[in-house]
Design a binder for this molecule. Structure first.
Ligand code: CTP
Ligand code: MG
Length: 218
């Protein structure tokens, strides 16, 4: 595969996770996920930087970017889920339908309805929305896990940590989306995305700091 095509496909793949990870800075706030609770070490579970609103805004942002990509890319030569993702979904639906069809009359009807519903959604578009949702959930879970570890290390909210701030959200996002994106996610691809994410994260935080959205440039 052409190197430029490979890079563009990987950027398209990871974009929902990037949006998921940055939207909370704009839309977050309100009550903290940990409700102010502390652990035995005297530090907060996650801290005030992890809010319920920020978490859900991030997950929804991932799904929304996925849906937008689905609308723009399905059926084009940039359709990253055309092969693996959609095939995986169709197979899963067919398998579920098959399993359900073995049951009673009502279950049989339900089982038969699933592939039709998937078709109506457009298997391609559905794969993108699901991928966006998985990337959003993964990114937000990784972000939370990062803060959890930072608090256990005694790092105050907002203190920088290369691995926790920049790479953990990526790792969990990729883990979550892996079933849909196996074909693209080779070892080289994951390494490339780690390096890309490092630079994007550093750049984005400098911009957010200049715009006054974040107090510190990291
Ligand atoms: N944010 C949020 N809810 C989340 C994640 C982030 O509201 N689940 C918002 C918070 O306002 C947070 C900002 O986005 O301060 C930046 O996020 P991040 O850098 O992840 O948090 P930090 O404040 O740096 O805290 P931590 O040290 O725990 O990473
Ligand atoms: Mg931070």
């Amino acid at each position: 595969m052409d190197a430029a095509v490979w890079v563009i496909e990987l950027v398209l793949l990871i974009l929902p996770a990037y949006f998921a990870n940055s939207i909370p800075v704009l839309l977050g706030g309100g009550s903290a996920i940990d409700g102010g609770r502390k652990m035995a070490d005297g530090n907060r579970v996650f801290g005030d930087g992890k809010t319920v609103r920020g978490f859900f805004a991030g997950v929804l942002a991932g799904a929304a970017v996925g849906a937008l990509e689905g609308a723009l890319l399905t059926g084009t030569s940039w359709d990253i889920y055309a092969g693996g993702g959609s095939a995986f979904l169709a197979q899963g639906a067919a398998g579920t339908a098959h399993a359900l069809a073995g049951g009673s009359g009502a279950l049989q009807a339900w089982g038969a309805a699933i592939p039709g519903a998937l078709q109506a959604l457009g298997a391609g578009g559905a794969a993108y929305v699901l991928a966006g949702l998985l990337l959003g959930c993964g990114a937000m879970a990784g972000d939370l896990l990062g803060s959890f570890i930072k608090r256990r290390q005694g790092l105050a909210r907002g203190k920088p940590s290369l691995v926790m701030d920049q790479l953990l959200f990526l790792a969990l996002a990729l883990l979550f989306v892996y079933p849909l994106a196996q074909q693209l996610l080779t070892v080289e691809a994951v390494l490339f995305l780690a390096v890309l994410t490092y630079f994007v994260h550093v750049g984005a935080n400098v911009v957010a700091n200049r715009l006054g959205l974040k107090k510190v440039p990291w």
